[in-house]
Write a protein that binds this ligand. Sequence first.
Ligand code: HEC
Length: 307
Amino acid sequence: MAEKHFSLSALALVALVVTANGQAADAEAYREFYPHVAIDPARGVAGGADAEFGATLQYWQDEQALEQNKGFIGQVDQEWKLNWKFMDLDRSDDMHPGYLALEKAEKLFKFWVKREPEFRACLGEGKTDLTGLAAGYPKYDPKLKKIMTVESRVEHCAQTALWENFRQGTPENNLISLYFKSLSATAPIKVDTNSPEIMASYKRGEKLFYTKVGQYNFSCASCHTSSGLLGQRFRGQVPTSPFADAAHFPTYRMNLGDIESLQQRFMRCNLQARTKGLPPGNPDYTDLEVFYTVLSNGYPVSVPSAR
Ligand code: HEC
């Protein structure tokens, strides 16, 4: 009897130690990383070790290249090499669902600005002409002391000027963000890589890109680099290079029949790789958005678009 009692408390003791160890391990969060590729953030869209990201830049980097390689369109094994850039609106004569989304977006924007002109001034940080402004996002806002994306600016201004809750990822936020960004269409993306706050966020986003997570132990890089699945089919889709991807978001996503923000796409990629997605606006997704948008620097804003 005494012996049994002893062994039970010994067991309890072991359990305690394990829990304590478990917590210690959690605090340090053991992580595995996909091999890192050297990117020069100062070079923007041209800053990749191109071969590591599919060596496709030559096919889609500008109008001329796209024109020359339009023969790829419709050929399953070739098409992805255009990074889907042929689907940007300015390159498509077809009536495009992106146009319809934009029409709806413009109406919504005008409705709110008529009601409360302060909304426009807030989006423009004092400026009423919003043309070209979205090309400078994400950016550090010294007044709010945080990094703002187009979507978080819209959320913030809706709260302060409209008393409305247009949370990131909601249809209202996506529509207003789409309209705001469309006012910068064709302007080259220019995220400020001289800002220490932006570069600290870029570094965190870059690390996240290579961090393995979830049931498959996949990182973003596992699918979006050449040593991973880039260019190969994954559930009928082909992952492409991350360069210039931020240029066309928010985009009209055909298979969803709706507008999707960049961070909603991150969430969907996480879910596809059996990882719990984060809500749009989460600081980790903001860091990933900064990373992605720096890799789009110099490429024209291509909104509206469809994918
Ligand atoms: C399991 C493979 C896989 C993983 C892991 C993955 N993706 Fe994707 N991703 C895809 C596929 C497939 C597509 C659709 C094809 C395309 O549009 O490039 C895609 C598309 C995207 C797009 C949109 C591209 C476009 O042209 O519209 C972005 C942005 C993106 N992924 C970012 C990420 C980020 C960031 C991560 C990590 C958090 C990630 N992905 C993880 C497979 C993956």
